[in-house]
Design a protein around this ligand. Structure first.
Ligand SMILES: Cc1ncc(COP(=O)(O)O)c(C=O)c1O
Length: 362
Protein backbone atom coordinates (compact mmCIF):
# COMPACT_ATOMS: atom_id res chain seq x y z
CA UNK A 1 0.00 0.00 0.00
CA UNK A 2 1.23 3.51 -0.78
CA UNK A 3 0.81 6.54 1.52
CA UNK A 4 0.17 8.68 -1.57
CA UNK A 5 -0.13 6.55 -4.72
CA UNK A 6 1.43 8.65 -7.46
CA UNK A 7 1.99 5.62 -9.69
CA UNK A 8 -1.74 4.87 -9.89
CA UNK A 9 -2.40 8.51 -10.69
CA UNK A 10 0.23 8.60 -13.43
CA UNK A 11 -1.15 5.43 -15.06
CA UNK A 12 -4.67 6.92 -15.04
CA UNK A 13 -3.56 10.07 -16.90
CA UNK A 14 -0.52 8.62 -18.74
CA UNK A 15 -1.53 9.39 -22.36
CA UNK A 16 -2.43 13.00 -21.50
CA UNK A 17 0.65 13.60 -19.34
CA UNK A 18 3.04 12.01 -21.83
CA UNK A 19 1.51 14.09 -24.63
CA UNK A 20 1.78 17.31 -22.61
CA UNK A 21 5.42 16.65 -21.71
CA UNK A 22 6.31 15.71 -25.25
CA UNK A 23 4.66 18.93 -26.41
CA UNK A 24 7.03 20.99 -24.25
CA UNK A 25 10.04 18.99 -25.45
CA UNK A 26 9.00 19.37 -29.09
CA UNK A 27 8.57 23.12 -28.62
CA UNK A 28 11.96 23.39 -26.81
CA UNK A 29 10.38 26.20 -24.76
CA UNK A 30 11.80 24.87 -21.51
CA UNK A 31 11.83 28.20 -19.69
CA UNK A 32 8.64 30.32 -19.47
CA UNK A 33 6.59 29.98 -22.69
CA UNK A 34 2.95 29.36 -23.38
CA UNK A 35 2.42 26.52 -20.87
CA UNK A 36 3.32 28.82 -17.97
CA UNK A 37 0.92 31.52 -19.19
CA UNK A 38 -1.88 29.00 -19.71
CA UNK A 39 -1.28 27.44 -16.29
CA UNK A 40 -1.44 30.87 -14.65
CA UNK A 41 -4.78 31.52 -16.38
CA UNK A 42 -6.09 28.10 -15.31
CA UNK A 43 -4.97 28.61 -11.69
CA UNK A 44 -6.51 32.07 -11.56
CA UNK A 45 -9.84 30.78 -12.93
CA UNK A 46 -9.84 27.81 -10.57
CA UNK A 47 -8.90 29.74 -7.43
CA UNK A 48 -10.84 32.93 -8.05
CA UNK A 49 -7.74 35.07 -7.37
CA UNK A 50 -7.18 37.68 -10.10
CA UNK A 51 -3.50 36.78 -10.49
CA UNK A 52 -1.76 33.43 -10.19
CA UNK A 53 2.01 33.52 -10.56
CA UNK A 54 3.64 30.13 -11.14
CA UNK A 55 6.99 29.64 -9.44
CA UNK A 56 9.70 27.18 -8.48
CA UNK A 57 8.30 25.76 -5.20
CA UNK A 58 5.94 26.42 -2.31
CA UNK A 59 8.90 27.71 -0.31
CA UNK A 60 9.93 30.13 -3.07
CA UNK A 61 6.28 31.21 -3.36
CA UNK A 62 6.44 32.28 0.29
CA UNK A 63 9.76 34.03 -0.24
CA UNK A 64 8.45 35.88 -3.32
CA UNK A 65 5.32 37.00 -1.48
CA UNK A 66 7.26 38.18 1.60
CA UNK A 67 9.81 40.03 -0.56
CA UNK A 68 7.00 41.69 -2.52
CA UNK A 69 5.39 42.74 0.77
CA UNK A 70 8.72 44.47 1.57
CA UNK A 71 9.38 42.50 4.73
CA UNK A 72 12.39 44.11 6.41
CA UNK A 73 14.92 42.97 9.03
CA UNK A 74 13.36 43.32 12.48
CA UNK A 75 9.75 43.12 11.25
CA UNK A 76 7.57 40.75 13.24
CA UNK A 77 5.34 38.27 11.42
CA UNK A 78 2.74 36.16 13.17
CA UNK A 79 2.72 32.44 12.24
CA UNK A 80 1.51 29.11 13.67
CA UNK A 81 3.59 27.00 16.09
CA UNK A 82 2.43 23.73 14.54
CA UNK A 83 3.20 23.44 10.82
CA UNK A 84 5.81 22.67 8.19
CA UNK A 85 8.84 24.91 8.65
CA UNK A 86 8.73 26.83 5.32
CA UNK A 87 6.46 29.74 6.28
CA UNK A 88 8.40 30.50 9.47
CA UNK A 89 11.83 29.90 7.93
CA UNK A 90 11.20 32.28 5.01
CA UNK A 91 10.41 34.99 7.58
CA UNK A 92 13.76 34.30 9.28
CA UNK A 93 15.59 34.14 5.95
CA UNK A 94 14.63 37.80 5.41
CA UNK A 95 15.95 38.57 8.93
CA UNK A 96 12.45 39.29 10.15
CA UNK A 97 11.11 37.59 13.27
CA UNK A 98 8.56 34.77 13.31
CA UNK A 99 6.21 35.26 16.27
CA UNK A 100 4.71 31.87 17.00
CA UNK A 101 1.09 31.43 18.04
CA UNK A 102 -0.48 28.24 19.42
CA UNK A 103 -3.02 26.44 17.25
CA UNK A 104 -6.68 25.66 17.81
CA UNK A 105 -7.63 22.16 19.01
CA UNK A 106 -10.60 22.31 16.62
CA UNK A 107 -8.84 22.58 13.26
CA UNK A 108 -5.11 22.55 14.23
CA UNK A 109 -4.74 25.94 12.49
CA UNK A 110 -3.50 29.19 14.05
CA UNK A 111 -5.78 30.18 16.96
CA UNK A 112 -7.11 33.69 16.16
CA UNK A 113 -8.01 34.30 19.83
CA UNK A 114 -4.28 34.22 20.66
CA UNK A 115 -3.05 36.61 17.96
CA UNK A 116 -3.88 40.05 19.34
CA UNK A 117 -1.88 39.62 22.56
CA UNK A 118 1.25 39.12 20.39
CA UNK A 119 0.87 42.20 18.20
CA UNK A 120 3.44 44.99 18.65
CA UNK A 121 4.32 48.16 16.77
CA UNK A 122 6.71 46.03 14.68
CA UNK A 123 4.07 43.50 13.54
CA UNK A 124 3.69 43.66 9.74
CA UNK A 125 1.52 40.68 8.92
CA UNK A 126 0.08 37.26 9.64
CA UNK A 127 0.93 34.03 7.84
CA UNK A 128 -1.87 31.54 8.43
CA UNK A 129 -1.21 28.01 7.20
CA UNK A 130 -4.29 26.06 6.09
CA UNK A 131 -3.09 22.74 7.45
CA UNK A 132 -4.06 19.21 6.36
CA UNK A 133 -6.52 20.52 3.75
CA UNK A 134 -8.81 22.95 5.54
CA UNK A 135 -8.54 26.72 5.65
CA UNK A 136 -7.68 28.62 8.79
CA UNK A 137 -10.34 30.80 10.41
CA UNK A 138 -9.95 33.68 7.93
CA UNK A 139 -13.08 35.56 9.03
CA UNK A 140 -11.45 36.17 12.41
CA UNK A 141 -7.89 36.50 11.07
CA UNK A 142 -8.77 39.04 8.35
CA UNK A 143 -10.76 41.06 10.88
CA UNK A 144 -7.77 41.31 13.25
CA UNK A 145 -5.52 42.28 10.33
CA UNK A 146 -7.89 44.95 9.09
CA UNK A 147 -8.29 46.42 12.57
CA UNK A 148 -4.51 46.61 13.00
CA UNK A 149 -3.47 47.64 9.48
CA UNK A 150 -1.43 44.53 8.74
CA UNK A 151 -1.54 42.03 5.85
CA UNK A 152 -2.57 38.38 5.77
CA UNK A 153 -0.85 35.65 3.75
CA UNK A 154 -2.50 32.23 3.43
CA UNK A 155 0.00 29.39 3.07
CA UNK A 156 -2.29 27.12 1.07
CA UNK A 157 0.32 24.45 0.29
CA UNK A 158 -1.99 21.83 1.78
CA UNK A 159 -5.37 23.43 1.05
CA UNK A 160 -5.37 24.28 -2.66
CA UNK A 161 -8.85 23.24 -3.84
CA UNK A 162 -10.50 23.64 -0.42
CA UNK A 163 -13.46 25.96 0.02
CA UNK A 164 -13.92 28.42 2.87
CA UNK A 165 -17.07 30.47 3.29
CA UNK A 166 -17.99 29.72 -0.33
CA UNK A 167 -14.62 30.80 -1.78
CA UNK A 168 -11.57 28.80 -2.80
CA UNK A 169 -8.42 28.63 -0.71
CA UNK A 170 -5.79 31.06 -2.06
CA UNK A 171 -8.41 33.73 -2.84
CA UNK A 172 -9.18 34.67 0.76
CA UNK A 173 -6.35 36.97 1.79
CA UNK A 174 -4.11 39.81 0.53
CA UNK A 175 -1.76 37.21 -0.88
CA UNK A 176 -1.59 33.42 -0.80
CA UNK A 177 0.82 30.68 -1.80
CA UNK A 178 0.68 27.01 -2.66
CA UNK A 179 3.00 24.12 -3.42
CA UNK A 180 2.86 21.58 -6.23
CA UNK A 181 5.23 19.18 -4.42
CA UNK A 182 4.33 15.73 -5.85
CA UNK A 183 2.43 14.54 -2.75
CA UNK A 184 0.31 17.69 -2.42
CA UNK A 185 -3.38 17.50 -3.42
CA UNK A 186 -2.38 19.05 -6.77
CA UNK A 187 1.19 17.99 -7.38
CA UNK A 188 3.70 18.08 -10.22
CA UNK A 189 6.65 15.77 -10.94
CA UNK A 190 9.29 17.75 -9.11
CA UNK A 191 9.19 21.13 -7.38
CA UNK A 192 6.68 23.83 -8.19
CA UNK A 193 4.44 26.39 -6.55
CA UNK A 194 2.36 29.50 -7.11
CA UNK A 195 1.56 32.88 -5.55
CA UNK A 196 -1.98 34.31 -5.71
CA UNK A 197 -3.24 37.84 -5.26
CA UNK A 198 -5.98 40.10 -6.60
CA UNK A 199 -3.78 43.20 -6.14
CA UNK A 200 -2.38 44.29 -9.55
CA UNK A 201 0.62 46.15 -8.12
CA UNK A 202 1.61 43.31 -5.82
CA UNK A 203 1.28 40.80 -8.69
CA UNK A 204 3.57 42.88 -10.91
CA UNK A 205 6.13 43.09 -8.10
CA UNK A 206 6.02 39.33 -7.48
CA UNK A 207 6.58 38.66 -11.20
CA UNK A 208 9.53 41.03 -11.25
CA UNK A 209 11.11 39.47 -8.16
CA UNK A 210 10.58 35.99 -9.69
CA UNK A 211 12.80 37.09 -12.56
CA UNK A 212 15.84 38.63 -10.83
CA UNK A 213 14.00 41.91 -10.29
CA UNK A 214 14.07 42.44 -14.04
CA UNK A 215 11.97 45.22 -15.57
CA UNK A 216 13.08 44.29 -19.07
CA UNK A 217 15.90 42.12 -20.30
CA UNK A 218 19.08 42.80 -18.28
CA UNK A 219 17.56 45.90 -16.65
CA UNK A 220 17.09 45.16 -12.95
CA UNK A 221 14.91 47.40 -10.85
CA UNK A 222 15.20 45.50 -7.58
CA UNK A 223 16.88 42.47 -6.05
CA UNK A 224 15.13 39.26 -6.98
CA UNK A 225 15.67 35.56 -7.43
CA UNK A 226 15.30 32.91 -10.12
CA UNK A 227 11.88 31.74 -8.97
CA UNK A 228 10.55 30.47 -12.30
CA UNK A 229 8.54 27.29 -12.60
CA UNK A 230 9.99 24.63 -14.88
CA UNK A 231 7.81 24.57 -18.02
CA UNK A 232 7.56 20.75 -18.04
CA UNK A 233 6.03 20.97 -14.56
CA UNK A 234 3.49 23.53 -15.75
CA UNK A 235 2.35 21.15 -18.51
CA UNK A 236 1.90 18.36 -15.94
CA UNK A 237 -0.05 20.54 -13.48
CA UNK A 238 -2.37 21.64 -16.31
CA UNK A 239 -3.30 18.03 -17.06
CA UNK A 240 -3.80 17.19 -13.38
CA UNK A 241 -5.89 20.30 -12.78
CA UNK A 242 -8.47 18.94 -15.27
CA UNK A 243 -8.98 15.90 -13.03
CA UNK A 244 -8.51 17.68 -9.72
CA UNK A 245 -12.16 18.07 -8.73
CA UNK A 246 -12.80 14.32 -9.19
CA UNK A 247 -9.78 13.54 -7.02
CA UNK A 248 -11.01 15.94 -4.34
CA UNK A 249 -14.33 14.05 -4.25
CA UNK A 250 -12.49 10.73 -3.85
CA UNK A 251 -10.52 12.22 -0.96
CA UNK A 252 -13.70 13.52 0.66
CA UNK A 253 -15.47 10.17 0.34
CA UNK A 254 -12.37 8.44 1.73
CA UNK A 255 -12.25 10.80 4.71
CA UNK A 256 -15.93 10.17 5.48
CA UNK A 257 -15.33 6.42 5.34
CA UNK A 258 -12.28 6.64 7.64
CA UNK A 259 -14.30 8.74 10.12
CA UNK A 260 -17.21 6.30 10.03
CA UNK A 261 -14.92 3.33 10.74
CA UNK A 262 -12.78 5.05 13.39
CA UNK A 263 -15.52 6.96 15.24
CA UNK A 264 -15.16 6.57 18.99
CA UNK A 265 -11.80 4.77 18.66
CA UNK A 266 -9.33 7.63 18.01
CA UNK A 267 -9.34 11.42 17.93
CA UNK A 268 -10.90 12.19 14.54
CA UNK A 269 -10.06 15.21 12.37
CA UNK A 270 -12.88 17.77 12.47
CA UNK A 271 -13.97 19.97 9.59
CA UNK A 272 -15.16 23.32 10.94
CA UNK A 273 -18.40 25.03 9.92
CA UNK A 274 -17.15 27.29 7.11
CA UNK A 275 -14.88 24.69 5.52
CA UNK A 276 -14.93 22.07 2.80
CA UNK A 277 -11.62 20.28 3.21
CA UNK A 278 -9.47 18.98 0.39
CA UNK A 279 -8.04 16.36 2.78
CA UNK A 280 -4.35 16.78 2.00
CA UNK A 281 -3.93 14.52 5.01
CA UNK A 282 -6.30 12.38 7.06
CA UNK A 283 -4.71 12.84 10.47
CA UNK A 284 -5.92 11.05 13.58
CA UNK A 285 -4.81 11.50 17.18
CA UNK A 286 -3.78 8.52 19.33
CA UNK A 287 -2.05 8.39 22.73
CA UNK A 288 0.38 5.59 21.82
CA UNK A 289 1.19 7.12 18.44
CA UNK A 290 4.68 5.69 17.93
CA UNK A 291 3.50 2.19 18.86
CA UNK A 292 0.52 2.43 16.47
CA UNK A 293 2.81 3.68 13.71
CA UNK A 294 5.22 0.76 14.23
CA UNK A 295 2.40 -1.83 14.31
CA UNK A 296 0.90 -0.43 11.08
CA UNK A 297 4.32 -0.49 9.46
CA UNK A 298 4.69 -4.19 10.39
CA UNK A 299 1.46 -4.81 8.48
CA UNK A 300 2.78 -2.96 5.42
CA UNK A 301 0.71 0.19 6.06
CA UNK A 302 2.70 3.42 5.60
CA UNK A 303 1.86 6.40 7.81
CA UNK A 304 3.48 9.78 8.50
CA UNK A 305 3.85 12.13 11.46
CA UNK A 306 3.05 15.73 10.54
CA UNK A 307 4.84 17.07 12.65
CA UNK A 308 6.87 15.47 15.46
CA UNK A 309 8.57 18.65 16.72
CA UNK A 310 6.77 21.98 17.07
CA UNK A 311 8.38 24.94 15.31
CA UNK A 312 9.27 26.99 18.43
CA UNK A 313 11.23 23.95 19.69
CA UNK A 314 13.32 23.69 16.50
CA UNK A 315 16.98 24.61 17.02
CA UNK A 316 16.72 26.85 13.93
CA UNK A 317 14.45 29.21 15.90
CA UNK A 318 16.24 29.01 19.26
CA UNK A 319 17.22 32.69 19.04
CA UNK A 320 13.68 33.99 18.47
CA UNK A 321 11.50 32.03 20.89
CA UNK A 322 11.33 33.22 24.50
CA UNK A 323 12.55 30.56 26.96
CA UNK A 324 9.76 28.58 28.64
CA UNK A 325 7.05 29.86 26.32
CA UNK A 326 4.36 27.16 26.10
CA UNK A 327 2.37 26.06 23.06
CA UNK A 328 0.16 23.49 24.72
CA UNK A 329 -2.11 22.47 21.84
CA UNK A 330 0.75 22.32 19.35
CA UNK A 331 2.79 20.23 21.78
CA UNK A 332 -0.05 17.77 22.38
CA UNK A 333 -0.63 17.41 18.64
CA UNK A 334 3.05 16.81 17.93
CA UNK A 335 2.94 13.90 20.38
CA UNK A 336 -0.28 12.31 19.13
CA UNK A 337 -0.94 12.95 15.43
CA UNK A 338 -0.66 10.24 12.80
CA UNK A 339 -1.51 10.71 9.12
CA UNK A 340 -3.04 7.68 7.37
CA UNK A 341 -2.78 6.82 3.65
CA UNK A 342 -4.79 9.36 1.63
CA UNK A 343 -4.84 10.17 -2.08
CA UNK A 344 -7.15 10.59 -5.04
CA UNK A 345 -7.05 6.88 -5.96
CA UNK A 346 -7.46 5.21 -2.56
CA UNK A 347 -9.96 2.32 -2.53
CA UNK A 348 -12.63 1.34 0.01
CA UNK A 349 -10.77 -1.89 0.59
CA UNK A 350 -7.55 -0.04 1.47
CA UNK A 351 -9.43 2.26 3.86
CA UNK A 352 -11.04 -0.73 5.59
CA UNK A 353 -7.68 -2.46 5.90
CA UNK A 354 -6.06 0.65 7.43
CA UNK A 355 -8.95 1.33 9.83
CA UNK A 356 -8.98 -2.31 11.01
CA UNK A 357 -5.21 -2.22 11.59
CA UNK A 358 -5.51 1.08 13.53
CA UNK A 359 -8.23 -0.36 15.79
CA UNK A 360 -6.15 -3.48 16.42
CA UNK A 361 -3.10 -1.34 17.29
CA UNK A 362 -4.53 1.10 19.83
C1 LIG B 1 2.32 24.16 4.76
C2 LIG B 1 3.46 24.10 3.79
N1 LIG B 1 4.05 25.25 3.40
C3 LIG B 1 5.04 25.26 2.51
C4 LIG B 1 5.53 24.10 1.98
C5 LIG B 1 6.71 24.17 1.06
O1 LIG B 1 6.44 23.71 -0.23
P1 LIG B 1 7.62 23.20 -1.18
O2 LIG B 1 8.04 21.84 -0.70
O3 LIG B 1 6.98 23.15 -2.53
O4 LIG B 1 8.72 24.18 -1.13
C6 LIG B 1 4.95 22.88 2.33
C7 LIG B 1 5.46 21.62 1.74
O5 LIG B 1 5.58 20.60 2.36
C8 LIG B 1 3.89 22.87 3.27
O6 LIG B 1 3.29 21.74 3.66
Amino acid sequence: MEFCDLKKQYLAYKPEIDRAMQGVIDSTSFINGQEIELLEEDLSTFSGAKHAIACSSGTDALLLALMALDVQPGDEIICPAFSFIASASMISLLKAKPVFIDVSPLDYNIDPTKIEEKLTSRTRGIIAVSLFGQCANFKAINKIAEKNGIWVLEDGAQSFGAIYDGKRSCSLTDVATTSFFPAKPLGCYGDGGAVFTSDDKLAAKIKMIRSHGQEKRYVHKRIGINGRMDTLQAAIVRVKLKHFEEEIVTRQVAALKYSELLEGKVMLPEVTEDNISVWAQYTIGVENRDEVKAKLSDKGIPTAVHYPLILPAQEAFSDVVPMNEKFEVAQLLSESVLSLPMHGFITNQEIEEVAKAVIESI
